[in-house]
Design a protein around this ligand. Structure first.
Ligand code: ADP
Length: 461
């Protein structure tokens, strides 16, 4: 049987369904803008939750002193201290440590988990040394990045809705996670307190804003995806007049939950049905790192089923969900050789079979189709946010420089994805306006964002 005969229609069909020509991008960007408005009007008004972050001031560069950050979002947590020297000294010194959370603690009690965090924090504080100086009579202050769903109730409090990402800790859901941490620190007589509780996108925004006043949007593209931006407080109806004096509010869009008008395939629908959260987070399932490889795998299964892609011997491992990951797609797409030697060896490593050249080419086409759709839709999402801000400033936004800070390994490590994202932004905005929209990834800012917000919201100010 000739492989190209029976597989090509599947590819063509896939490419047609996943296509993101300009009208599709525009439809998605407009739908995001509309959903943002609906979510700002009332809670529950849209797929986009548009969560009030309570961050109504951002770092200016004047911040001074010693501050800590604690980042809990997965199987590791990070502790960091930074010595800030104001506009002149800037970041004088910084140190961090990464701690793996033992698996049993992810399934234990709330006290056990927070006691462990407090203990490791204490050990880290004890290694402070002379380079970092805390003025007498002051407690150490922490910016706490907590990347699980919470209902934020103030800048320094928020109730855990539910654990995700493999955590099943009893006794935290429904509680204020800052209180949980504070109590654990008190049990250890640790003289620290949390000044700011933030989402990871908000930390990214704050970290970038410290260096650049034009940063208005932050986007994370890693395992999952999310975005936040600086909104005019008077544009947030659901604040109901509780307008901060600064006039601004950082809004966490939770855009992973967006779903209107996306170009989806049968493979997306089947993956969604089989997922832990069917019907939810459709945008995330189309553009983020966790899912790109799994969509490709499902396409390959269908190509293999018609008997052609792998010849007669379909590799058994092809039926293992999530066996193909976005770093694998990325590695294959870097192979520019004629014989696609590297693609062959990656496929052999993953599936344990040899794949002939025409099948390698076919697989690369599938990867490119899914990654192109993901990157371009992420670009449309960014334009959706920018045009919402633009409409509310009567067209002034695009006349000046605006910076979008990017974070997350998918964006950082996948050049093709990055390129597709950038292309879509330029196509949507046009080449003139795009010159004013800077999409950047500056690694130095993101880690210290939460510590900077601890400085902004310091109780000693
Ligand atoms: P988080 O899990 O907090 O989002 P990261 O931002 O590091 O952390 O994102 C990790 C995800 O990024 C991985 O799950 C994977 O999907 C994706 N990723 C990591 N490295 C690469 C790579 N080289 N190419 C493509 N995607 C990658």
């Amino acid at each position: 049987r000739s492989s190209s005969l029976s597989v090509t229609p599947i590819l063509t069909n896939l490419q047609n369904t996943c296509a993101t020509p300009l009208p599709t991008l525009r439809r998605v960007a407009d739908a995001i803008t509309a959903d943002m408005r609906a979510g700002l009007a009332v809670d529950g008004g849209s797929d986009l939750k548009m969560i009030i972050s309570f961050v109504d001031s951002l770092p200016t560069g004047d911040e001074e002193g010693l501050f800590y950050a604690l980042d809990l979002g997965g199987t590791n947590f990070r502790v960091l201290r930074v010595h800030l020297g104001g506009k002149e000294g800037r970041v004088i010194d910084t140190e961090f440590e990464r701690v793996t959370i033992p698996e049993e603690l992810m399934l234990g009690t709330s006290e056990e988990l927070f006691d462990f965090i407090a203990l490791r924090l204490e050990t880290f504080v004890q290694k402070e040394g002379g380079r970092f100086h805390l003025p007498q009579g002051r407690n150490r202050e922490i910016g706490f990045t907590f990347s699980f769903p919470i209902k934020q109730t103030s800048i320094d409090s928020g109730t855990l809705i539910t654990w995700t990402k493999g955590f099943a800790v009893s006794g935290t859901a429904g509680r204020d996670v800052v209180a949980c941490l504070n109590e654990a620190m008190e049990r250890r007589r640790l003289d620290m307190h949390v000044s700011a509780l933030v989402n990871d996108t908000v930390g990214t925004l704050a970290g970038a804003r410290y260096w650049d006043d034009d940063v208005m949007v932050a986007v994370v593209l890693g395992t999952g995806t999310n975005a936040c931006y600086v909104e005019r407080a008077d544009a947030i109806q659901k604040l109901q007049g509780q307008t901060p004096s600064s006039g601004i509010m950082v809004v966490n869009t939770e855009w992973g939950a967006f779903s209107n008008g996306l170009p989806l395939t049968e493979f997306d629908r089947e993956m969604d049905v089989a997922s832990l959260n069917p019907g939810e987070h459709i945008f995330e399932k189309t553009i983020s790192g966790m899912y790109l490889g799994e969509i490709v795998r499902r396409v390959l299964v269908s190509m293999a089923d018609c008997g052609a892609l792998f010849g007669e011997s379909v590799p058994e491992k092809l039926s293992t969900p999530f066996i193909l990951r976005s770093p694998d797609l990325c590695a294959m797409q870097q192979d520019k050789s004629d014989d696609l030697e590297a693609v062959g060896s990656i496929l052999r490593d993953i599936f344990g079979v040899s794949v002939n050249l025409s099948a390698r080419k076919m697989i690369l086409e599938v990867c490119d189709t899914i990654v192109k759709r993901g990157g371009r839709l992420a670009g449309a999402g960014i334009v959706g946010i920018l045009q919402k801000m633009e409409q509310d400033t009567n067209g002034l936004l695009f006349e000046k420089r605006t910076v979008v800070e990017m974070d997350g390994s998918l964006y950082e490590h996948y050049p093709q994805y990055r390129g597709y994202l950038q292309d879509a932004v330029i196509e949507l905005l046009g080449s003139e306006i795009s010159k004013n929209v800077i999409i950047q990834h500056k690694k130095d800012g993101s880690g210290i964002g939460a510590a900077l917000l601890a400085a902004v919201y310091s109780k000693y100010k």
